[in-house]
Design a protein around this ligand. Structure first.
Ligand code: B4P
Length: 204
């Protein structure tokens, strides 16, 4: 079972994906976290990814697809995973579908977090102060949001076109509020777009 967490930078994908993964007892696979760990280790992948991430740009599709393929082959992912920050482009989504087809799997749901841009910027700047991530500056955020609009937002329509269940969640409120909305939505339903509690819909 593969659930994709989708949304603009700072929408809370990582925060919420970790809650759902713990509840479902499947691994939380965050491409951002994997890349940051590679940067810290100074691996070849980290060296290539570091300047791209710091500038708010995406790392190349073929590279990140290989990272995901390797991660999903690990034993703890035998029952599925929660994907956070992947796929971020339509070619990544197509590669994921091909990868899952080979295993007889499919994406079972997409959770799309809707948060207005002014709230996203506030969160990113706050995280920049507390965690010191190099991509959490106003300049890098501007680049990340532009890339989100151009390259990542089309992934939403790709999944709708594939008939995958896409659940929209209002991502504004406390972490618990948002978690409860997601828990309410991730119950079985027909395929299609689910508006959920869509108040505060932003760029998604
Ligand atoms: P990510 O690590 O995915 O960064 P993100 O989009 O900022 O994360 P997220 O939306 O998960 O925000 P979070 O929960 O942390 O990617 C970083 C970079 O890696 C990318 O820019 C790119 O360069 C590269 N990359 C990653 N995946 C890639 C791919 N597939 N292809 C190519 N490149 C890739 O929440 C943000 C902040 O808000 C946190 O401080 C959190 O505490 C706070 N927050 C969360 N929920 C809140 C709430 N309800 N209320 C208040 N604050 C909240």
């Amino acid at each position: 079972m593969i659930t994709v967490f989708f949304g603009p930078p700072g929408s809370g994908k990582g925060t919420q994906a970790s809650v759902v993964a713990a509840r479902m007892n499947v691994p939380h696979v965050s491409t951002g976290q994997i890349l940051r760990a590679e940067v810290e280790q100074g691996s070849a992948l980290g060296i290539e990814a570091e300047p791209l991430m710091a500038g708010g740009n995406l790392v190349p599709d073929d590279l990140i697809v290989r990272v995901i393929e390797k991660r999903l082959s690990e034993p703890d992912a035998a029952g599925g995973a929660i994907l956070d920050g992947f796929p971020r482009t339509v070619p990544q989504a197509e590669a994921l579908d091909a990868m899952l087809r080979r295993r007889g799997w499919a994406v079972n749901a997409v959770v799309a977090l809707d948060v207005p841009e002014d709230v996203l910027l506030q969160r990113i700047l706050q995280r920049g102060e507390t965690e010191g991530r190099s991509d959490d500056s106003a300049e890098a955020f501007e680049q990340r949001i532009q890339i989100y609009r151009a390259d990542t937002a089309p992934v939403h329509d790709y999944y709708v076109g594939q008939g995958v269940r896409v659940c929209h969640v209002n991502g504004v409120g406390t972490v618990d509020d948002v978690s409860q909305r997601i828990a309410g939505l991730l119950k079985p339903a027909a395929n299609g777009v689910d508006d959920g509690d869509a108040k505060g819909v932003g760029v998604a």
